[in-house]
Each structure stands twice: as C-alpha cells, then as structure tokens.
Design a protein around this ligand. Sequence first.
Ligand SMILES: NC(=O)c1ccc[n+]([C@@H]2O[C@H](COP(=O)([O-])OP(=O)(O)OC[C@H]3O[C@@H](n4cnc5c(N)ncnc54)[C@H](OP(=O)(O)O)[C@@H]3O)[C@@H](O)[C@H]2O)c1
Length: 240
Amino acid sequence: MKRVVITGATSGIGKQLAQDYANQGWQVFACGRNATALEALGRHSNISTRQFDLTDAEQTQAQLSNLPGLDLAILNAGSCEYIDDAQQFDGALLARVMTTNVLSVGYCLQALLPQLQPGSRLALMGSIASALPLPRAEAYGASKAAIAYLARTLAIDLAPSNIGVSLITPGFVRTPLTDKNQFAMPMRIEVADASRRIIRDLAKGKAQIHFPKRFTLLLKLFGALPQSLWQTMALKGLKQ
Ligand SMILES: NC(=O)c1ccc[n+]([C@@H]2O[C@H](COP(=O)([O-])OP(=O)(O)OC[C@H]3O[C@@H](n4cnc5c(N)ncnc54)[C@H](OP(=O)(O)O)[C@@H]3O)[C@@H](O)[C@H]2O)c1
C-alpha cells in the first residue's frame, strides 16, 4: 500500500486528492484544522487524519514527524488574500499570507523530509499567478513565487537522495478559495478534473505540473514579455 501525506485536505483541491488517492488504494494521511471535515474524511478506511495548524512549527513537527515510509508528500494547504489598496499597504496581510503559504511549508519540510524514502516524491502547490505580476496579488503572488523557487531548488538538492520534486501551478479551480473571488476567472476547471491531472502527472514524475494548458501557457507567455509591455496591458485591462 503506497502512503501519501496531504496538507490542506479538508477542502477544495486537497480534499479531492485525499479522496481520490484513498479510492485508488493508497494510505492517506489527511491534514487540516477543520475537525468536521477531518472526521468525514476519516470515515474512509484508507484515510487517517491529523488535525493541527500548519503555521505552528511545534504542532507541525509533532504531527508530521511520525509518518515513516512515505511515497509522496503533497504540501497543498494555502490561503489567498488580496491587497486592495497598494498605497495603504497592509503589512499584516502580507505576513499572514507568507506565514500560511511559505513559512508553514518550511515547517512541513523539516518534519517530513527525513521520512521520504529514496524513490519518493515531494509536491509543492504553487500557482500560475507566480508566472507574472497580477493586480492586487502582491501577497499571494509573492508567496507562490517563493514556493516556485523553493521547489526548483529542492529539486536540485534532493536529486542525489533520489527524491523527486514537483511544482504544481494550476490556473483557476472551482473551490471555496476561488468562490470568494468577485472577478472573472477564465477557464476555471472543476476540482475533480484538477485532482485527476495532478495524480496523473505526479505518477509520471513530472517536475512541472500546470493546467489547463491553454490558460497557463498564455500566462507564462505574458510573463515572458518585457515588464513595461505587460504593465501597459495590465493597466489597460484594469480600465475596462
Ligand atoms: N483554487 C484555485 O484556483 C487554485 C489555483 C492555484 C493554486 N491554488 C492553491 O491550491 C491550494 C489549495 O487551494 P484550494 O483552492 O483547494 O483552497 P481551499 O478550498 O480554501 O483549501 C485550503 C486548505 O488549506 C488548509 N489550510 C489553510 N490554512 C491552514 C493552516 N494554517 N493550517 C492548516 N491547514 C490550513 C485548509 O484547511 P483548514 O481550513 O481545515 O485549516 C484547507 O484544507 C492552495 O495552496 C492554493 O493557493 C488554488
């Protein structure tokens, strides 16, 4: 029986991944804070749950340092908050998003990496938002840019230990996180579709996992433009 630990398993993409891996016969360690959601997941015979706050280094160490023999770790948990007024910059918001999306990943890595066996895989959840500067995304985009750098660096440093690293950078997926957004979300896909693509590409050992391709490739292309050109396009888009 293969073993996977998934953070952010109580909602959205992580919840779907936990259910899908469990249904495929994996032993799943599902993490989150929401007790009701964890209890529901735990009814599946292949799912064990861990309830803790990832932003608490001690709790994370205590809950994740006893999972030996892992085949896969998916560090998926995250939150999204926008900077509505850059001139009145909300430093506390930036700190919150960085703590949840970046610092917590460091705590997870410290607890989990000693338990990842040769041939196993680590997957970090980024976002295609990190491919280019998007309005109001100062905090969220910066946090996911940090995750992208972390993943690509870990891929080099963990290769000698035969631990593969994947960076997942989805476009829009319908989850409670995106249900809050008031703006148009082109090519948003369903969470079951996202989970299917992630599981398929992790099984193939892909280092970069992104979807839906028509959207993510377009954003990567815009991200490769000179900043001045992209800035003009972004400002025009904001005026419409
Ligand atoms: N949806 C999208 O379009 C999209 C696109 C690109 C990337 N992503 C990324 O995909 C990941 C999952 O997003 P989602 O859309 O599935 O969001 P979601 O439905 O809001 O789920 C977020 C998950 O993160 C967990 N979490 C947040 N803060 C936590 C904390 N302090 N301690 C423990 N767990 C915590 C939540 O668990 P509890 O509430 O139980 O704590 C929940 O399970 C995020 O990293 C997000 O940035 C999403």
